[in-house]
Design a protein around this ligand. Structure first.
Ligand code: GCW
Length: 721
């Protein structure tokens, strides 16, 4: 009987252990420290906790601390003779003026022979972030006996943008349906809302835009505002403010007005009333995000007004409540005969200084659209009188959806670190120094993108899939976004490698060889994806509509600027988009110092070449190969490197729990097949122009060009079909 019971218990334990590793816990696993010496040290150092918690955020922080310690130490700290104490305290802002509203200090102190660890901040949010940071130190098995950490976020706005529709479909979402079950809100509050908030708070994300920028007007109806308020109530104790995307024509759509003209008094009044209604329900509401006059969305230009007129009308409504307007600069029109890469700058640069103080302009990292590689957007540093947010995409619309292992932090970091060569901003309007004190000094004449922005927005890759992001490694992109927005650069360069290390240690293992091996995979992965998709500066050559897989031959989209041929311009003479003075001259939108690196096709780095220049198939690259040979080399190297990742992953098998190992393994198999298709399809197609053979001995394409051209994917996720 006893044996049956025991084996029953064992099976129960086993099944719960397996179930526990389905990826749901993200990087907050809090499993018992597996290093016995360290565990002993930690237990010794943390015998009592002194944490007076009164406010909702402090109560959250305390709960999180106790849960974390219980898991990591296998016991709740209890008094012993040594009584080494962990003190968590709010201190008055006068004592800690430098920390600002979100910074924290973690320090080890020795008092009368006893060691004390102090986590302190001037605000309860600071304490919350300090607690999560402390737990991260334990999870990543760092020494805690000489802590002297001061951490202040680089950027005040660290926001996730959900492109979630109210019917729960997610535009460009590849991890299931929207987390927000609008139909059962506001009464039913799914546990996932809390777990989502925990995950965000743990990495410093302090805002969330709940709905798609292609916004439904119904989000502003009383019913949906009540549902939004319910979510805001769940997120508030985690320091997260809620924002909404709004449709510019809402006064007509749901307000019964005849116009949405931003200069019309009735329209202005409608927005004021609506905004007041929102703040009655959500006193700490963040503000509005607006996509206007872009890809068919209505906007002020429908009435002959400017983007500034539109944004300022909303800004006025939000101002009394301390809310902000986030106005997107992602605008382009196929009716304008101007290189798409130039259009946002042309539109917005003249508006610099014309926006109200509480308007932030949100600019994508590059001038086209979240491609595997783009130069930084020319608006960074070019609008000194306008606070900017950098928008990056975590959901991998152009990077293999949630099927491909692509760690995006190096892409984000490439943008953040790009030198705009614009004058360096000193302090912004609120006196907040845009450059964090914790960042190492840079050459005095450099103004990286990170110094020109007030915040970062990440287009979320989260859905209701059990593991949140579809691919376990896509969780790293959510994680890295938060960590990079908190600290846009670090003493450890590249900072993305340090973030990867943290994530791996919390998500998989602290075992050094496992950490090294996975970090190497992650750090190479973005360049590998560039190689098998869009090497040497190619861009926007993906399949139409769903954007999955290759489609360089496409030439009949509804708009010219949605056609890949518009971007690669391959012909028998060569390939690439001439954006120099002999072409569209998009180059002129950059500061002279930034231009020089790309100006000349002979000195332009290979990785940017076809973005800026149309060059001959026999152009000599920096490697000494011809362009055609280099293109072949890159596509083949990309596929070979995916196979290298597969081999590394196979080597890690005994170190990773079977469920997550297998999940990743299967996705890698998809990635490999996709990479082969990208390579074969692109090379066969470009070969019709280059008229040169594939390299000798190269793996021959397994299908004809026609086969790839006819390969259609129906019902790919993420579109509204
Ligand atoms: O990348 C493109 C996407 C659209 C998206 C748009 C945008 C929300 O293909 O789906 O619309 O960008 O950023 O507004």
């Amino acid at each position: 009987m006893k044996r049956i019971l025991l084996s029953g218990l064992f099976i129960l334990w086993l099944s719960s252990a397996i179930k526990a590793e389905d990826g749901y816990r993200l990087w907050l696993r809090y499993d018992r420290i597996d290093n016995p010496i360290l565990l002993k040290q930690y237990r010794h150092a943390l015998t009592t906790i002194d944490f007076p918690a009164t406010s909702p955020i402090l109560i959250t922080a305390k709960k999180e601390l106790l849960t974390g310690l219980q898991g990591l130490l296998g016991e709740t700290p209890r008094p012993t003779q040594t009584n080494n104490t962990l003190i968590v305290r709010l201190q008055s802002p006068d004592e800690l003026p430098r920390l600002g509203p979100e910074g924290f200090i973690i320090r080890t102190l020795t008092r009368a022979g006893k060691k004390t660890i102090l986590i302190t901040a001037a605000t309860d949010k600071g304490v919350l972030y300090g607690v999560f940071h402390f737990l991260r130190l334990l999870q990543t098995q760092q020494p805690i006996d000489h802590l002297a950490i001061t951490s202040i976020p680089s950027l005040p706005y660290r926001i996730l943008d959900h492109w979630d529709n109210l019917n729960r479909r997610i535009e460009r979402g590849y991890a299931g349906l929207s987390l927000w079950d609008w139909f059962t809100l506001p009464i039913y509050k799914d546990q996932r809302y809390t777990d989502y908030a925990r995950a965000n708070a743990s990495i410093g994300i302090n805002g969330t835009v709940l709905n798609n920028v292609n916004a439904s007007p119904y989000i502003l109806t009383p019913d949906y505002l009540e549902k939004t308020a319910a979510l805001a109530d769940v997120f508030r104790p985690y320091g997260i403010r809620v924002y909404l995307s709004v449709r510019f024509s809402s006064p007509i759509d749901i307000g019964g007005l005849k116009t949405a003209d931003p200069l019309d008094p009735a329209v202005r009044q409608w927005w004021r009333n609506k905004t007041e209604e929102i703040y009655r329900r959500i006193p700490d509401f963040g503000g509005f995000l607006v996509k206007a006059n872009s890809e068919g969305q209505p906007g002020p230009q429908n009435y002959g007004r400017t983007h500034a007129d539109g944004a300022n009308m909303l800004a006025e409504a939000l101002e009394p409540h301390n809310g902000i307007v986030i106005w997107r600069a992602f605008v382009y029109s196929n009716e304008t005969p101007e290189d798409r890469a130039r259009q946002a700058y042309t539109e917005f640069k003249p508006l610099d200084g014309r926006f109200h103080q509480n308007v932030l302009v949100q600019v994508k990292n590059g001038p086209i659209d979240f491609q595997p590689r783009e130069p930084f957007h020319p608006l960074f540093g070019a609008m000194p009188a306008t606070p900017l947010l950098l928008e990056v995409q975590l959901t991998q619309e152009y990077l293999g959806f949630s099927n491909h292992l692509v760690y995006l932090a190096p892409l984000f970091e490439e943008c953040l670190d790009s030198d705009t060569h614009q004058p360096s901003p000193s302090t912004d309007a609120s006196g907040h120094n845009a450059v964090p004190p914790s960042r190492p000094p840079r050459p005095s004449d450099a103004t990286p993108v990170s110094a020109t922005i007030r915040g970062m927005a990440g287009v979320a890759n989260i859905g209701n899939d059990r593991n949140w992001c579809g691919h376990i490694f896509a969780q790293a992109n959510w994680y890295a976004f938060g960590r990079l927005a908190w600290e846009t650069g670090g003493a450890n360069t590249p900072y993305s490698a340090a973030i990867a290390t943290e994530w791996i240690r919390q998500t998989f293992s602290n075992h050094p060889s496992v950490v090294d091996s996975i970090r190497q995979i992650m750090m190479e992965s973005r360049e590998i994806a560039v190689d098998y998709m869009t090497p040497l500066g190619l861009h926007h050559i993906m399949a139409y509509e769903h954007h999955y897989g290759p489609g360089p031959w496409l030439a009949n989209a509804a708009r010219a600027d949605w056609n890949p041929v518009y971007y690669h311009k391959a012909d028998t003479a060569g390939i690439g988009f001439d954006r120099t003075i002999t072409g569209s001259n998009a180059l002129e939108q950059y500061a002279p110092g930034a231009r020089t690196q790309w100006l000349d096709s002979n000195s332009c780095p290979d990785k940017w070449l076809l973005w800026w220049h149309h060059v001959s198939w026999n152009h000599t690259m920096h490697t000494g190969r011809t362009l055609w040979a280099e293109l072949c080399h890159k596509y083949y190297a990309g596929v070979d490197s995916v196979r290298w990742i597969q081999r590394c992953w196979t080597g890690l098998r005994q170190h990773i729990d079977p469920e997550r190992w297998q999940q990743v393994n299967m996705r890698l198999a998809i990635q490999e097949a996709n990479a082969v298709e990208w390579r074969n399809a692109c090379l066969l197609y470009f070969q019709t122009f280059s008229r040169q053979p594939l390299p000798e001995g190269a793996e021959p394409p397994d299908h004809s060009l026609e086969y790839y051209q006819q390969h259609k994917i129906y019902y790919a996720p993420g579109t509204n079909q």
